[in-house]
Ligand binder design. Structure first.
Ligand code: ADP
Length: 274
């Protein structure tokens, strides 16, 4: 099958002051439709530069990025449509909740799409349901009455209501406690599996990526230095350390997987221990 994202020889240069900065170079990759791909690498390795090419927030200095058959270029592409298809949840997304009720917050995107109000209502209620915020109970509440974990999931509902084909999450659980993290990922996984959404995750938490992703992309100094299943990537401990990363402790991984209590979608590299 056609990959949903194809990147060829991507180069990105920031023109900051007099000194151009090459943030990505010679990056070629493919992301399979319906997969969960995690992008890992130390701070400054190019992760956020890369993901911003997937919904037209940045454009290649050289090379190309093709999303769902459409080449991402500055002109001649419907960027609104692209950004509907490729939803992005930034860090601390609950900062973007500002309406009086949760319903209005989740409805914000669909309303901008000028959908009929009946359709908006169905989308909002479905999205709230799928992140564990039953609409009968939560739709009329103020986002400010919710817990941190609930607000984060409300922000996720706002993206799901746009019905994206691809969902990009940048450090989605930073600042949440262990329980709220597990909940967030459980709802995310169910919602994406149900809808066949391709997930692209940027995370510093190696335990999370090992538990969630079926494909890892490792960036180091703007280059793609490795890709593969968590099993193959985390087996290369020496190389990982050279890139400033480390395989997750097995006991943490098992605890997380057990908490999630869902069938493992991934090639967990450590199952031989079981
Ligand atoms: P990561 O997300 O992995 O932390 P980034 O994509 O943010 O990495 O950054 C990659 C490189 O590009 C870093 O060296 C960073 O300093 C540089 N960079 C990022 N954004 C800008 C910018 N707006 N102007 C100049 N340099 C930038």
């Amino acid at each position: 099958p056609e990959p949903i994202i194809r990147v060829r020889q991507l180069k990105h240069i920031y023109q900051a002051g007099s000194q151009p900065k090459v943030a990505l170079d010679e990056v070629s990759l493919e992301i399979a439709r319906g997969s969960c791909t995690a992008i890992i690498g130390v701070t400054g390795s190019g992760k956020s530069t890369l993901i911003q090419h997937f919904n037209g927030l940045l454009f290649p200095s050289a090379g190309e990025v093709i999303v769902d058959g459409v080449k991402v270029i500055a002109r001649g592409v419907d960027l609104r449509l692209l950004r509907q298809r490729v939803g992005m949840l930034f860090q601390f997304p609950e900062m973007q909740l500002f309406e009086k009720t949760l319903f209005d917050d989740v409805a914000f995107g669909p309303r901008r799409m000028k959908l009929p109000s009946a359709e908006i209502e169905v989308r909002v209620n479905t999205a709230l349901e799928s992140v564990g915020l039953a609409p009968q109970r939560y739709a009329k509440r103020s986002p400010f009455e919710l817990s941190g974990g609930q607000r984060r999931r409300a922000a996720l509902a706002g993206v799901l209501a746009m019905q994206p084909t691809v969902l990009i999450l940048d450090e989605p659980t930073v600042g949440l406690d262990a329980e709220a993290r597990t909940e967030f990922y459980t709802y995310l996984r169910e919602a994406s599996l149900e809808r066949g959404i391709t997930i692209i995750l940027v995370s510093h938490d190696m335990t999370e990526v090992a538990a969630l992703a079926d494909n890892l992309l490792v960036l180091h100094q703007g280059r793609l230095v490795a890709q593969g299943t968590p099993r193959t990537i985390f087996a290369q401990a020496d190389q990982l350390i050279g890139w400033g990363l480390a395989p997750p402790p097995l006991h943490e991984l098992f605890v997380l997987l057990r908490q999630q209590g869902v069938p493992l979608p991934v090639d967990v590299y450590s199952l031989e221990e079981a």
